[in-house]
Design a protein around this ligand. Structure first.
Ligand code: ADP
Ligand code: MG
Length: 347
């Protein structure tokens, strides 16, 4: 990455020089990548598999705040959230393209930081960077990533396949990313008032990672294969459990009972919530950005999933007429509200 103190302006390198510099350390690893960066378009070969494609667009000030999000983390997360969408189809991610619009405040070194995070994610998840586009912007950074993956036709899982009596399950734990964001925002406010204040982040490494460095659950897709499970429906949790559960129910034409006291939450999530006087349930239900997988399986698969530490059964599907309900610890059913996390101010 060169000397931390050097600042090379993008105009010194020019667009093509910048693209060369950003992509020179990337190598392709997948057989399906025939041609990556360097021509007018990439060439992929998928033979008898089905091809899965997903895109996300992130804008500075709306989806991320560079005051407390390091560029390297941003690059990693931008890739991670796209791979998560591919995983949510029960597919394996293989390639990405990365398009960026940059304002004058970004140096070549800053964009290299962004790409070092992109590269880290590519290596961890064994995906190839096969192209993109580079342009200028008047207002900060915009980054758009497209991910491509593969899946056998009969392995694809849509949002629409849940049936009444199916078990509703989730991977990992929820609410951590939201509580991590609350912590970062609190410290950012303190910093704005007094630049000499050191951030109080000790003991909260897990929720900070959940916010800054989310991991797509590609491992869960492998676990499904190993356990011989094909979920009847699935979605990744980007906007919060409530809204994703409603998506599954609406797409599948079913209802559900989701049990409040079954929702998995980490100790740090609960501790931070207590410190900030936030109900941790609200973080799990409406916080979002956890990038866990929410899925349903037929009741017959209960034995296969009950002992897996990655999975928690949080409810079951019902006839649509029974509604979409949160069952409280006291046993009363209340209709679920989808609030979806709004990324920053807009949306
Ligand atoms: P074109 O003029 O056809 O858009 P470019 O000069 O933009 O071509 O791109 C040249 C090559 O570099 C292409 O393979 C393109 O996909 C790739 N590329 C351009 N920008 C990026 C980027 N930000 N990240 C990765 N690859 C990029
Ligand atoms: Mg171009």
């Amino acid at each position: 990455m060169g000397n931390k103190n050097t600042r090379t302006s993008i105009s010194e390198l020019g667009e093509f020089g910048l693209i060369d510099r950003l992509t020179q350390n990337f190598t392709t690893k997948n057989g399906s990548t025939i041609k990556g960066v360097g021509d007018d378009a990439a060439i992929l070969e998928y033979r008898e598999k089905q091809v899965v494609i997903s895109t996300d667009l992130l804008t500075e000030g709306v989806h991320f705040n560079l005051m407390y999000v390091p560029l390297k983390h941003l690059g990693y997360k931008a890739v991670a959230v796209n791979l998560s969408d591919i995983c949510a189809m029960n597919a394996t991610p293989r390639q990405i393209t990365v398009s960026i619009a940059l304002s004058g405040k970004f140096s070549v070194e800053a964009v290299e930081e962004l790409y070092s995070g992109i590269q880290l994610a590519c290596e961890k998840y064994q995906v190839d960077l096969v192209g993109g586009d580079t342009t200028s912007s008047l207002t900060g950074l915009t980054i758009s990533i497209t991910a491509v993956g593969e899946v056998e036709k009969d392995e694809i899982v849509y949002r629409s396949g849940a049936k009444p009596n199916d078990l509703l399950c989730v991977s990992g734990d929820l609410g951590g990313a939201y509580m991590g964001l609350q912590l970062l925002e609190r410290e950012n406010e303190v910093f704005k008032v007094n630049e000499n204040m050191q951030p109080q982040l000790v003991g909260y490494d897990y929720i900070l990672e959940r916010q800054l460095k989310p991991e797509p659950r590609a491992d869960i897709i492998s676990t499904f294969r190993k356990l011989g499970i094909k979920p009847s429906s699935m979605i990744d949790i980007s906007d919060g459990l409530s809204s994703e559960a409603m998506h599954l129910c609406k797409s599948s034409g079913v209802g559900c009972n989701l049990f409040e006291d079954k929702i998995p939450m980490d100790f740090q999530t609960k501790k931070m919530a207590e410190e900030l006087s936030i109900n941790p349930l609200v973080a799990a239900l409406n916080g979002g950005e956890d990038y866990e997988l929410l899925f349903t399986v037929p009741l017959d698969d209960y034995e296969k999933i009950k002992n897996d530490p990655d999975f928690t059964i949080i409810g079951h599907m019902t006839e649509a007429s029974e509604g979409i309900n949160l069952v409280t610890a006291a046993g009363s059913a209340i209709p679920l509200q989808a609030q979806g996390w709004n990324h920053g101010a807009a949306k």
